[in-house]
Design a protein around this ligand. Sequence first.
Ligand SMILES: Cc1cc2nc3c(=O)[nH]c(=O)nc-3n(C[C@H](O)[C@H](O)[C@H](O)COP(=O)(O)O)c2cc1C
Length: 174
Amino acid sequence: MTFPLAVIDAVKATVKTHASRPFIVGYRFSPEEVENPGISIEDSLLFADGLAKQGLDYLHVSSNQFWGGSLRDASDRTSRAVRIQEVVGQRIPVVGVGSLHTPDEVLNAFNSGVPLLALGRELVVEPQWVSKLQADEISQIRTTLRETDQEALEIPDGLWQMILHIPGWFPVVK
Ligand SMILES: Cc1cc2nc3c(=O)[nH]c(=O)nc-3n(C[C@H](O)[C@H](O)[C@H](O)COP(=O)(O)O)c2cc1C
């Protein structure tokens, strides 16, 4: 934990020196690595408890599956974000993310008690995801990409090539 805590101290000192208006600082981390030795959920729960004492504005649990369980232990099916939320309680807001594609899936994830949720690929596919939900235009939320959509969505070439060529990453349809 020593290194990340030193990084946090340095970031906070930089904000104090340079920020002329409120500037939030959060910490995003991957809660588990499949390799052994590697980061285990037990390590991350201890780490999250330590992070909760640092006066940060949020913790963000990086994941491809909000509801995904352990990468190492098939019997542990509890969401990693939910386990971290349980450890930090009300001390710091937790952000969850991962394969929450529809407004219903997002609502369901909010019921887990994790107070903030992020969207990744969904916002690449539909930059107006949030405003369409707010405007009650859920049926207008784009959920797939066509191979001709790059320009309209202003997706840079490098990312676009990855989107087209990494199987199953984005919902690309012919
Ligand atoms: C273009 C792109 C870049 C990403 N870069 C990172 C990254 O640098 N670090 C990381 O932990 N996750 C990264 N992610 C993963 C996302 O932050 C997120 O955890 C993941 O896409 C699952 O959320 P989603 O289903 O809403 O896309 C990236 C995702 C995308 C689509």
